[in-house]
Design a protein around this ligand. Structure first.
Ligand code: CMC
Length: 391
């Protein structure tokens, strides 16, 4: 190709330098700023991890207090956004609502357009992380035809998200601590994952100097697809379709059939050719939540059977297709009563911290240029123009 390499899907293209997340896909290792995901998921709160991604270091208690204050004091969204929300049809997918609303925020914060100013960048970053749970919960409440619940700044990030999703006016709602802890862990496990499709989209969008709210809206759009964040929704739909343990082997057979485009949702990863370390923690959390809530979910039996067969099957072993993070998160969400259509929205809430950290890193990188991939042209060579009346 002469001047450039043809690399569809960018499987061998490094598009940036980054000091945020390290993945060793063969070993199944994931580090954020050098810390193993297992340590972060079991010892930190989500906001500690958000601070780590954004600032590069784990916060001291004092830094944490300041950061938590900044986030909890940006959780409200403008009342005009409430009106904007009501412009959507009731049955709009929550990801469509989130994409629209987050993009729309660019029209509310004019300071965010000046991305050369570090203070403006930081406020935009805090606003995005803070408002995302409110927007996600409102998208859900609106779809249910229930009154919107406003954020409560005395709650933790995960508690507030659950509260805005499930509280109803005039009734006391106490957040179950087991669910809050599980939600916090899910948020940590989804917080960042280096240059995946949505993060690369945020970077590419931002590389032109675009408004950060618009960049994150682009990330949400990319995340929505079933090959990416939409997989958690697809996993649950697939498990429901399989219905019982007895039907699992037929489904595995279909997934292996070259002439059938069906894939096992929640299996395989572009980078991990070993067990996704997040999936291990997610599986453990899943069992804890179901046990604590006393839930016996038949879909979990289907999932376990699917995992067992797939991990032993030559096709999956040879292609190194392991369960990924989305395989178990759906079952936990289901136990929490979060509807399937909101699963990817939960992922978007968590990934916003990663997107924002990566966007800040890109904007301040002296090597940063506008993203401009090349192409292999496959159309006609130059030819003579045919006038309208001669065609
Ligand atoms: N079920 C059956 N076969 C599969 C699957 C699967 N889930 N995933 C990959 N394969 C096969 C695929 O058919 C191909 O076979 P062959 O070499 O014979 O043509 C081979 O494995 C390699 O697949 P690929 O599509 O070239 O790999 P990729 O790196 O482009 O795709 C993936 C990665 C995650 C999109 C893919 O594994 C997939 O579609 N998985 C199901 C959807 C899913 O769970 N996505 C969530 C990803 S993790 C969270 C996130 O990123 O948001």
């Amino acid at each position: 190709t002469g001047m450039f390499t043809y690399d569809p899907g960018y499987t061998s293209t490094g598009s940036c330098e980054s000091a945020i997340t390290y993945i060793d896909g063969d070993q199944g290792i994931l580090l954020h700023r050098g810390y193993p995901i297992q340590d972060l998921a079991t010892n930190c709160s989500f906001l500690e991890v958000a601070y780590l991604l954004l600032e590069g270091e784990l916060p001291t208690p004092e830094q944490y207090g300041t950061f938590e204050h900044a986030i909890t004091h940006h959780t409200m969204v403008h009342e005009q956004i409430h009106k904007f929300l009501e412009g959507f049809r009731r049955d709009a997918h929550p990801m469509a609502v989130m994409c629209g609303i987050v993009g729309g925020l660019a029209g509310f914060y004019h300071d965010s357009t000046d991305i050369s100013n570090p203070h403006h960048r930081m406020i935009a970053s805090h606003r995005l992380i803070a408002k995302m749970p409110t927007i996600a919960a409102w998208a859900y409440k609106y779809s249910m035809g229930q009154p919107l619940i406003y954020p409560r700044n005395c709650l933790t990030y995960a508690e507030d998200l659950l509260h805005m999703l499930f509280a109803v006016p005039c009734e006391e709602y106490k957040v179950n601590p087991v669910l809050a802890k599980a939600m916090d862990r899910i948020l940590i496990l989804h917080a960042d994952h280096e240059q995946n499709a949505s993060t690369s989209t945020v970077r590419l969008t931002g590389s032109s100097g675009a408004n950060p709210f618009a960049c994150i809206a682009a990330g949400i759009a990319s995340l929505w697809g079933p090959a990416h964040g939409g997989a958690n929704e697809a996993v649950l739909n697939m498990l429901s379709e399989i219905g019982s343990k007895d039907n699992v082997s037929a489904c595995v057979k279909r997934a292996k059939d070259k002439d059938d485009s069906f894939r096992l949702m929640g299996f395989g990863h572009r980078v991990y050719k070993n067990y996704d370390p997040r999936a291990k923690i997610m599986a453990q959390t899943c069992h804890e939540v179901l046990e604590e809530l006393g839930i016996k979910d038949p879909l979990l039996d289907v999932a376990l059977e699917l995992e067992r067969i797939a991990l032993e099957d030559d096709y999956f072993v040879e292609k190194k297709l392991y369960p990924n993070v989305d395989f178990y998160s759906g079952i936990i969400f289901r136990a929490m009563n979060i509807p399937v259509s909101m699963f990817t929205g939960m992922f978007a809430v968590a990934r916003t911290t990663g997107w924002v950290a990566q966007w800040n890193e890109m904007v301040t990188d002296p090597a940063q240029k506008i993203g401009r991939p090349r192409q292999l042209y496959t159309g006609p060579t130059q030819r003579a123009f045919v006038p309208f009346d001669k065609r």
